[in-house]
Design a binder for this molecule. Structure first.
Ligand SMILES: Nc1ncnc2c1ncn2[C@@H]1O[C@H](COP(=O)(O)OP(=O)(O)OP(=O)(O)O)[C@@H](O)[C@H]1O
Ligand SMILES: [Mg+2]
Length: 288
């Protein structure tokens, strides 16, 4: 499907990025969160960063909108080093769903969603239209618009976070475990919506998750990280499942666990289905 937006390029490149945080006290050693990591996120595709807690996923994600500055190395968008871009303007062009929704507590749901469109010059009427459209998209009732974040459940707050990040149709979307607090049924629905939105808008997405079935469902490319952002495998979901590079990847996929084995199977209509050890469908692979 062609869309006016798919023509715009928005490739993200990480070039040998390292991030060292100061230690918790003056005598404590510095923390190396990410060491010499390089990868590329192609325009209009979803790259999933997966890996255990503390391996540097959030650090890498936040380098793209300059919430974190690399200690060394570069992050480029379409070949331009973002270190030379205005951080405020950069953030207005990049949607960001924070790990814990990150809504502004003193603004209503509608005001939260309208923040970026308003900053980018949308009129009140246009912003209102975005709010309605976005609430509908994440399947929240329109009358939730006037609530405050403290009056939402965790899953509702996360959906508002997604709505806010998408409200101005950014070319790049960063998502940090956006569905962590959403129950499995709703979660599957949101994942499907995200895939649909990504198809329609051609958004370039970097998506962080712990959940391997979510990674397999969403990613055109999956990057599995070990400690300090070390890339253990960078591949399509099919390749990852069918040819895990090493024992670390197998463990992460659960291939060594008796009851968690994942396999792929081609269905009658030619789609690739992921099934567990008991042959139960666990999802479909999205074709690039
Ligand atoms: N602001 C900070 N100051 C000091 N250390 C930090 C800071 N942010 C992260 N770290 C450390 O850097 C490492 C990577 O953290 P990061 O948040 O990137 O991991 P993560 O993969 O997102 O983890 P999780 O899955 O738990 O969210 C961890 O050891 C963490 O403790
Ligand atoms: Mg994190």
């Amino acid at each position: 499907m062609f869309n006016r937006k798919t023509a715009t390029s928005s490739m993200i490149s990480f070039e040998s990025v390292t991030k060292t945080y100061p230690g918790p006290s003056r005598s404590a050693a510095d923390v190396v969160a990410v060491r010499d990591t390089s990868f590329t996120v192609d325009t209009g595709t979803i790259t999933v960063l997966a890996g255990s807690s503390g391996c540097g996923k959030t650090t890498l994600l936040r380098m793209v909108n300059r919430m974190v500055a690399p200690t060394s190395g570069r992050v480029l968008i379409n070949g331009d080093d973002i270190a030379h871009m205005n951080p405020v303007q950069l953030r207005r062009k990049i949607g960001y769903v924070m790990q814990h929704a990150g809504l502004l507590p003193h603004k209503t749901v509608a005001e939260n969603i309208a923040v970026v469109p308003r900053l980018n010059g949308a009129s009140r009427t246009e912003a209102k239209r975005s709010v309605d459209r976005m609430l509908d998209m994440v399947e929240l009732p329109a009358d939730m618009a006037d609530r405050y974040p403290a009056e939402l459940s965790g899953g509702q707050a996360q959906r508002v976070g997604v709505a806010r990040a998408l409200a101005d149709e950014p070319r790049i979307l960063l998502m940090d475990e956006p569905f962590g607090a959403v129950d499995p049924l709703v979660r599957t629905g949101l994942q499907q919506q995200l895939v649909d939105i990504q198809h329609e808008l051609g958004t370039t997405m970097l998506f962080v998750t712990h959940d391997m079935s979510e990674a397999l469902r969403l990613g055109h490319q999956i990057i599995l990280l070990a400690e300090q952002g070390r890339i253990m495998q960078q591949d399509s979901p099919t390749k990852l499942v069918e040819q895990p590079a090493n024992a670390f990847v197998e463990d992460f996929l659960g291939l060594n666990a008796v009851d968690k084995t994942l396999r792929t199977r081609t269905t009658e209509d030619g789609r690739t289905m992921i099934v567990d050890a008991h042959g139960r469908p666990a999802g479909f692979l999205e074709q690039a």
